[in-house]
Design a protein around this ligand. Structure first.
Ligand code: NDP
Ligand code: GDR
Length: 370
């Protein structure tokens, strides 16, 4: 039975990756951080009782900032494959904690590679590094491919650039099977709540249910190439199954503005939005609502701009060229943007119907404005 070790198993991609590998018959090990509250929401459905025979899902406490811990876990597990998905992954937050991000996202990658080398596992263990379209940063060319030069625009992207090159270097220096997946944005109903897509789908549901009046966003003009995380973990897996280790762009090839994502999300519930005004004065107002149950008046302002969410340096346009992945991995996304939006909005509607029910019963529910 093959063994895989996933860092960042409690995150969006870690959860989907764990599910995929369990389905393929792997023994799956994951590294989770100790926290004062449970942090395993996304993987609780995968939990297996350690007291039963042949359980195939095992969690280890650890942290990408702790080399001794990583060496011990890798020595114990002797993994065939490592998926290094752990990271402080929020671009805006990386401007607030750049040193920590360098430690986790850059040095953490080095620690994984070095642990495999120190433990003489270079022949056995294949390593996937979660690289990112944020490496392209300032637009050099479109669409962006494996050959497009990098120009990172945030402490997160600069740290990930180190992660990218140290992975290439260990492959070239020590003959390791270590690869970068340069993944463009991918989302899902379990996407972190403060990334823009999920922030929008949650707010769409809450506004329709009367739990929230409006949502404040930053740059509505930013364009992203959004795919579904389920499709993207398939690509990660395929990258580690090839004869030769190589780096791949994973993307849909279609780009959309944040503004249009808002329109799609509200349209899912029969609410048509119109955007008026410019820059910080721009607003999204309701033009039409086909569902009287939502009690939303025409002309209501549901989206406003707050400069708090602007970034000191922004990445304006991402659009990927997945030709290499299509040709060499045979990878193609199954979801389009419309299907992704539908799944996310409907999932958030289900989630917040519970809040609505609790509120109607006199219970206090959280305010989710961030
Ligand atoms: P998430 O933010 O959802 O998950 C990040 C994971 O990393 C969580 O499990 C988190 O743990 C863990 N983590 C954070 N800090 C540490 C640390 N110091 N030590 C160990 N683990 C840590 O990210 P995604 O699942 O969306 O992304 C997965 C990877 O892919 C990340 O590396 C991200 O940068 C990269 N990426 C993501 C893209 C996307 O669009 N989703 C696109 C391209 C790259 P906890 O739950 O405790 O916080
Ligand atoms: P990104 O994702 O920075 O591309 O990084 P995010 O969803 O945070 O932002 C996308 C774009 O939307 C604009 N935006 C806002 N963003 C957030 N978070 N909140 C807002 O209110 C808001 N308003 C507008 C942003 O300015 C940006 O242009 C994600 C992460 O998953 C990274 O880890 C990963 O590497 C990249 O995708 C590829």
């Amino acid at each position: 039975m093959k063994k895989a070790l996933i860092t960042g198993i409690t995150g969006q991609d870690g959860a989907y990756m764990a599910q995929l590998l369990l389905n393929k018959g792997y023994e799956v090990h994951g590294i989770k951080r100790r926290s004062s509250l449970f942090n395993t929401d996304r993987i609780d459905h995968l939990y297996q009782d350690p007291h039963v025979d042949n359980y195939r899902f095992k969690l280890h406490y650890g942290d990408l900032t702790d080399s001794t811990n990583l060496i011990r876990i890798i020595q114990e597990v002797q993994p065939d494959e490592i998926y290094n998905l752990g990271a402080m992954s929020h671009v805006k937050v990386s401007f607030d904690m750049p040193e920590y991000v360098a430690n986790v996202d850059a040095m953490g990658t080095l620690r994984i590679l070095e642990a495999v080398r120190i433990l003489n596992l270079t022949e056995k263990t294949r390593i996937y590094q979660a690289s990112t379209s944020e490496l392209y940063g300032m637009v050099q060319e479109v669409p962006q491919s494996e050959k497009t030069p990098f120009y990172p625009r945030s402490p997160y992207a600069v740290a990930k650039m180190y992660g990218y090159w140290i992975t290439v270097n260990y492959r070239e220096a020590y003959g390791m099977y270590a690869c970068n997946g340069i993944l463009f944005n991918h989302e899902s109903p379990i996407r972190g709540e403060t990334f823009v897509t999920r922030k929008i789908t949650r707010a769409t549901a809450r506004i329709a249910l009367g739990l929230q009046d409006k949502i404040y966003l930053g740059n509505l003009n930013a364009k992203r190439d959004w795919g579904h995380a389920k499709d993207y973990v398939e690509a990660m897996y395929l990258i580690l199954q090839q004869e030769k280790p190589e780096d791949y762009v994973i993307a849909t090839g279609i780009t959309t503005t944040v503004r249009d994502f808002c329109k799609l999300a509200f349209a899912e519930l029969g609410i048509e939005l119109e955007f008026v005004g410019e820059n910080e004065e721009e607003k999204g107002i309701v033009k039409y609502c086909s569902n009287p149950e939502y009690q939303i008046e025409i002309g209501t302002e549901v989206i406003a701009v707050d400069s708090r969410y602007f970034r000191p340096t922004e990445v304006d346009l991402l659009i990927g060229d997945p030709t290499k992945a299509q040709e060499k991995l045979g990878w193609k996304p199954k979801y389009n943007l419309q299907q992704l939006v539908t799944e996310m909005v409907l999932a958030d509607m289900e989630l917040f119907k519970k809040d609505k029910y609790l509120q109607e019963g006199g219970h206090r529910t959280m305010n989710y404005y961030e």
